[in-house]
Design a binder for this molecule. Structure first.
Ligand code: FES
Length: 168
């Protein structure tokens, strides 16, 4: 098959990968780089389990091709923190039991990290009432911003609590 060599910068490390140009970013991460934190739920952009950060913005990695991301800074859940040094959002999910089976958790956490950045950057959501007000994040606001991340165990109340805690 037609192969393509691509340089991917993931969690601060540059990887040279040889792949079929039709490979999604998600498959490149999981199958070529063996970073299996990002999960494949639907592979169609509907569940958010594959959410990663690209140059600080969240995307569904199942909906984009790896070859399109040469030169981008890609961050997966593995790059946010480790069990010894958790990112505050990871720690908050643990503290608040923001999961049951855990399958959607890496995507939820990457998305939640991006949500706080979107708010600091003044990017409104459909339900934003007043962005000028400091982040007194309402449950509605968090639910709207996190609506691309589905949890089949319905751990939503705890997920929202976790995000609220980090938002302060
Ligand atoms: Fe990408 Fe579901 S696996 S959105």
């Amino acid at each position: 098959a037609n192969r393509h060599s691509v340089q991917l910068r993931v969690n601060g490390q540059l990887h040279a990968v040889d792949l079929d140009p039709r490979t999604t970013l998600l498959d490149a991460l999981r199958e070529h780089l063996h970073l299996t934190g990002s999960k494949k739920g639907c592979d169609q952009g509907q569940c958010g389990a594959c959410t990663v950060l690209v140059n600080g913005r969240r995307i569904n990695s199942c909906l984009t091709l790896a070859v399109m991301h040469e030169g981008d800074a890609i961050t997966t859940v593995e790059g946010l923190g480790t069990p010894d040094r958790m990112h505050p959002m990871q720690a908050a999910f643990v503290d608040h039991d923001g999961f049951q089976c855990g399958y959607c958790t890496p995507g939820q956490i990457c998305s939640a990290v991006a949500v706080l950045d979107e708010i600091s950057a003044g990017i409104p959501s459909h339900v934003t009432v007043d962005l000028a007000a400091p982040i007194a994040l309402s449950e509605t606001e968090i639910r709207e911003r996190m609506s691309g991340n589905i949890c089949r165990c319905a751990a939503y109340p705890n997920i929202i609590e976790a995000i609220r805690t980090v938002a302060g």
